[in-house]
Design a protein around this ligand. Structure first.
Ligand SMILES: Cc1ncc(COP(=O)(O)O)c(C=O)c1O
Length: 395
């Protein structure tokens, strides 16, 4: 038994959380078990809560900015945990990673320019490209059969061809990849990076899931690979996914290249954002200072949840295939053996199994027939959800 109790159920309904409080508004009955949006049902690190309470007690919440002690903590975390040596001057604060991606798109490309993504992928990438009137170019991940299941790889020939053909200006990399759970190897990153260098493509590397890596896999920050790569990269990091702080809206974006950083900063300012949220800064600092023991236990717990789902699927849902994740707490389940249309699958999952998951088609048509399930929840809740699935797909 560890120090932290991840089995404890804490009622979130009634806190205005998107995971439980908006079912009826969004077309669900409210009876479904909720395993969709990527936040966790676990209480954060106690030291983070203490730091927030302490700050709140001061009673004055005026404009604030991070100082040396904040950056020292972030820089030290990045070096110790991610082997990426950074400097204070390279950092840009934003209220979130999606916001940072939007700012990078607006600052570094023009209307009609091509931006490349790799579907199936986190759906706001598509939204940020399209809503900003850029041209969306997709180089889909390649499904490779391995030991009866599938594994995703990069189709490098297609990746290069799309970049060349469409004169791609910016590539949004998801590392680790949501929803397929790949933690890209250094070799894969180098292969993509070399192509981007060759064609002058700026890389926005979304590394928000980088603290959730399963044993046997290693995450590499794309920009840490070489000076050449860091010079063309916007690295998006945040403590919010790792420590369950999404509502506090804080992210630390690393841009080594002065010209790129100035352009992104200008864009952020021209959109009216300046000083970050005080509580986000307080939480980030406490997380990176005190959060490691909690994070280690959390990762063990998540591994237990993953092992539970893997065994459950094998035993009770033999026609469903779990895409073995290398990182993230999001599992990608393949239901294509049932040959259901996306509407039929959705109907079964929501109306019959009474589960609120993320339909795979949300991540692009490559995701049709899949469902994404968030396992960052107490085991008992996950077991209940898997049993509801089992009753439905018993055949
Ligand atoms: C890949 C990825 N990027 C970004 C985000 C959201 O980041 P933020 O809340 O900082 O905008 C998520 C959340 O699920 C994510 O999965």
């Amino acid at each position: 038994m560890g120090k932290y109790n991840f089995d404890r159920w804490i009622e979130r309904a009634g806190t205005n959380c998107v995971k439980y409080d908006f079912a009826k508004e969004w077309g669900y009955s409210g009876e479904e078990l909720s395993l969709w949006v990527a936040d966790m049902d676990f209480e954060t690190v106690p030291e983070i809560t203490d730091a927030l309470v302490e700050r709140a007690k001061h009673g004055i919440y005026g404009y604030s900015m991070p100082k040396e002690n904040y950056w020292d903590t972030v820089i030290s975390f990045m070096e110790k945990e991610h082997n990426y040596k950074t400097k204070k001057e390279w950092y840009v604060n934003t209220p979130g990673v999606v916001f940072a991606i939007a700012m990078a798109i607006r600052a570094l490309t023009k209307d009609g320019d091509s931006v490349l993504i790799q579907r199936p992928v986190y759906h706001p990438f598509t939204k940020m490209v399209e809503k900003n009137n850029r041209r969306l170019i997709n180089s889909p991940l390649k499904e490779v059969k391995s030991q009866g299941s599938i594994h995703y790889e990069i189709d490098l020939a297609d990746f290069e061809e799309k970049i060349r053909l469409h004169n791609v200006k910016l590539f949004i990399l998801c590392n680790p990849h949501n929803p397929v759970g790949r933690v890209w190897t250094k070799d894969e990153l180098i292969a993509m990076g070399d192509i981007c260098r060759k064609y002058g493509v700026v890389v926005v590397s979304d590394e928000i899931h980088f603290d959730f890596i399963y044993p046997g896999f290693v995450h590499t920050c794309f920009a840490s690979i070489s000076k050449e790569f860091s010079d063309m990269t916007i690295t998006c990091t945040s403590p919010t996914k790792t420590f369950n702080l999404a509502g506090l809206q804080v992210s630390n974006v690393i841009i080594e290249n002065n010209e790129l950083r100035e352009k992104v900063n200008e864009e952020i300012k021209s959109n009216g954002y300046d000083e970050p949220n005080i509580f986000g800064m307080v939480a980030c600092k406490a997380a990176y200072e005190f959060g490691k023991p909690w994070l280690e236990e959390l990762n063990e717990y998540l591994l237990g949840n993953l092992n539970f789902v893997r065994e459950f699927v094998k035993e009770h849902l033999p026609k469903v295939s779990l895409i073995e994740p290398e990182g993230t707490y999001l599992l990608w389940l393949d239901f294509r053996a049932y040959q259901l249309s996306k509407e039929e699958l959705e109907e079964k999952i929501v109306k019959e199994a009474k589960l609120w998951l993320n339909s795979g088609s949300m991540f692009g048509e490559e995701g049709e027939g899949f469902e994404r399930i968030n396992i960052a929840t107490p085991r008992a809740y996950l077991e209940k959800a898997m049993n509801q699935l089992k009753l439905l797909f018993l055949n």
